[in-house]
Design a protein around this ligand. Structure first.
Ligand SMILES: [Zn+2]
Length: 110
């Protein structure tokens, strides 16, 4: 069973976090790369610039299909070592996320 079938957190169109589908660990996170104080009129604002960055747990898994094609997907370093990963479930989660992004992945046999 996958802990995080819906493994991407979005705010509107922007990706905020990406989780390991298998265990739920954070793989990609939004971090503040710059913080500035800005004055607009007599009010001061803190303006943050953020960026998506992979965490130390980030790794990638290559799923090989029967037709010889491959699919690369994010996974954490620990789960990558596991045998008997639910590759079909992982790929289904990717198909679902791809649809949210507006493109479709083909159904392929593992
Ligand atoms: Zn994991």
């Amino acid at each position: 069973m996958l802990k995080k079938f819906n493994y991407v957190d979005r705010e509107g169109m922007h990706i905020k976090k990406v989780y390991c589908k298998v265990c739920g660990a954070i793989l990609v996170d939004t971090i503040v790369v710059e913080e500035k104080q800005e004055k607009r009129g007599d009010k001061e604002f803190i303006v943050q610039t953020t960026a998506l960055r992979p965490t130390t747990k980030y790794d990638e898994l290559c799923i090989k299909f029967k037709d010889g094609s491959r699919h690369i997907t994010p996974i954490c370093k620990e789960c990558k070592k596991q045998e008997n990963l639910d590759l079909i479930g992982i790929y289904k989660a990717d198909i679902k996320e791809a649809l949210k992004e507006g493109f479709s992945l083909p159904f392929r046999k593992i």
